[in-house]
Structures are given as C-alpha cells and as structure tokens.
Ligand binder design. Structure first.
Ligand code: PEP
Ligand code: MN
Length: 338
C-alpha cells in the first residue's frame, strides 16, 4: 500500500500519517520525491483497514501495490534509485565499474591492483576476504586478515572497497571494512544474512541466486529494504541452465524487466557469467548496451597464478582495452563511465 501525499502536504501532516500507520502496527517508509512525498506501508495488511488513512489531512490517494515485493517495486517507488558511496554513485546515466581480483591473496597484489584501477579512474575495487568455494579443499580466503589488507588499500589509494559477507558472525568486521557489502549468489536466500545486512549502514550488492527467478531475487532485495536498508544494488551473474559452453548463462534479458519492475540499479558480472576471460569483453559491452548500470568484473595482476577464478579474470592490459571500448560505446549511449 502506498499513501501519496498532495503537493501542499506539510511536514506535520506527513508525520501524522506515519504515526497513524504505526498505530496499526504497520511499518511506514516515507519517500520524499521531487514534488510530493509518498509513504510506503509494509507489514501484514490483512488485519487492518488502511482506508482510514485516506481521510487524513494532506493525503491525496491510497494506492494498492500489487507485487509481493513492495519497497523494491516501481509501483511503490517510481523514480530510479541512486546508491551513493563516498567515492561514487551507482544508478542510471552513469556506468559504474567495480573491478578487482576474485580473492584477496596478499597485500602486494591488492595494492598493485588498487593502484592500477585508480590510475584508470575506477573508484570501487572488489576482492573477497571470505570466499564461498564449491570445494572445501579450495582456497577459502584470508578472512579477517584480508579485510585488514583491503582497509589499508582503501586508506592508501582512496579506492572504495566492495567485499563479500558470508555469515552473520563477521557482519561487524565486513561492515567496517566495506563501502559496499556483497551478498553472494549462494546466499541470496539466506534470510538471516539478509536481515543482518538490513541493519548495516552500508549499501548491499545482491547477487542473483543460481536458479532464482526475478521475483525471488526482488523478494531477497525486499528483505534488506524491509529491515531499513534501502541501498540495494542488484547484480546479474549468470544462472544455471542446460548450456555447458560457459560457466553460467548470463541472463542479460533480465535487465529490461528489472528496470520495468524495480527502481533499483543493476550491475552485470560477465566474469562469473561466462567463466572464460576471452568471453568477458563481449558480454561487458552487451551489458552496457542492454541498459545495466555498471559491471562487477574480475581483474588480476597475474590471472594464470590466481588462487581463485583466474580463468575468467582479465589482466591489466586486457582490462585497459575493455575500458577503451566501454568508453567509446558509452558516448553515443549518453552514459559516462565512473
Ligand atoms: C565472487 O563474486 O567472486 C563470487 C563468488 O560470486 P558468486 O556469488 O556470483 O558466485
Ligand atoms: Mn570469483
């Protein structure tokens, strides 16, 4: 349900509607717009009749939100969401690059990568300190020590840090180190983890589950938003299909429906989407053309020696070439790379 206030509504009238919603044991989500404020209502609406709100001063109309995801839907929030970090803003009009190695392997390679990315104008670096690996015998990440390395790279170069949170135990440490907290594919429906990141002060990068429908994905975003964190960035990283020519099937066709149904920004991860570095540039360019708001892309100083995902990682020269192509394609599309 959405309460649309009229253009002349005063702050007191908005507060009175919020208070009335709370008295019904529902949650109010005030959303100031450029011309008027709307107030989203979430909670179990079956037991109350919110039509009583319609008569309150300053209320223009009450709209029913038909989708099961409410706060993530465009029905409730028509304007595009821009997610801000200290270093940049993710959202339509720009094309945000988040690049870096799959894992933090040691301090030297992280500092080298950060210096390289900064020299190319990239403002956000992604590297995992906690790694969800299919095999228990594979490199599991450096854990807390990896977070400390990322914090030093951030301090030295000013680059923003994106890193994955795998379990609620490490939430405080990851929140402190990260400018954006990644929730990985395998955790898209880890509801305890989603509720926990809802309580953090940092934006959440929510990767699509391996077999998640768009509705399931947006419901996962809804968990984070319902808990009070409205800064969610979606990330398409390929889904599991019968195709075996690539690691996953990168579903670029999900971008237009995401934009239609939701106001949240969406990034594309062509590295996990293809699993092969030779295929990454084509899918990265296609993501820009298809309307994504940016990329999450694996770049490693020496991919053939990487401890994880080397086969799909670009080296610095390859990333530099892709960046040139992206810049050339962005211009006629009216987008700027950031
Ligand atoms: C990653 O980003 O390195 C990763 C493990 O991704 P995903 O959760 O998409 O598999
Ligand atoms: Mn990876």
């Amino acid at each position: 349900m959405l309460v649309v206030m009229n253009r002349q509504a005063t702050a007191e009238q908005i507060d009175a509607v919020v208070a009335a919603i709370r008295r019904m044991n529902l949650t109010a989500h005030p959303m100031p717009g450029s011309t008027r404020t709307a107030i989203g209502i979430t909670g179990n609406l079956s037991a109350v009749d919110p039509r009583s709100l319609e008569v309150l001063p300053g209320v223009e109309e009450l709209l029913r939100v038909t989708k099961p995801y409410k706060l993530a839907s465009r029905e409730m929030h028509a304007a595009d969401t821009y997610v801000r970090t200290t270093q940049t803003t993710v959202g339509p009009g720009t094309f945000t690059l988040i690049a870096g190695p799959c894992s933090v392997e040691n301090e030297e390679m992280i500092l080298r990568t950060a210096d390289f990315l900064v020299s190319k104008g990239v403002r956000l670096m992604r590297a995992g300190a906690f790694k969800p690996r299919s095999s228990p015998y594979s490199f599991q990440g450096m854990g807390l020590e990896g977070l400390e390395i990322l914090a030093r790279a951030r301090q030295r170069t000013g680059i923003g840090v994106v890193t994955e949170l795998m379990d609620t135990d490490n939430a405080d440490a990851v929140e402190q180190a990260a400018d954006i907290i990644q929730i990985g594919t395998r955790n898209m429906q880890n509801f305890s983890l989603l509720k926990r990141v809802a309580l953090t002060s940092k934006p959440v990068l929510l990767k699509r589950g391996l077999s998640a429908t768009l509705e399931e994905w947006l419901m996962a975003a809804e968990y984070v938003m319902a808990g009070g964190n409205y800064n969610v960035v979606l990330c398409e990283r390929g889904v599991r299909t019968f195709s075996d020519h690539s690691r996953n099937t990168l579903d670029l066709s999900v971008i237009p429906p995401v934009k239609h149904l939701s106001h949240l920004p969406i990034l594309v991860d062509p590295s996990h989407g293809t699993g092969k570095r030779d295929y990454v540039p084509a899918m990265a360019l296609a993501a820009l053309a298809a309307g994504a708001d940016g990329l999450l892309i694996e770049v490693h100083p020496d991919p053939d020696r990487a401890l994880s995902d080397g086969a799909q990682s670009l080296n610095f020269a390859g990333f530099g070439r892709l960046l040139d192509w992206l810049r050339r394609l962005a211009e006629p599309l009216g987008r700027t790379i950031n």
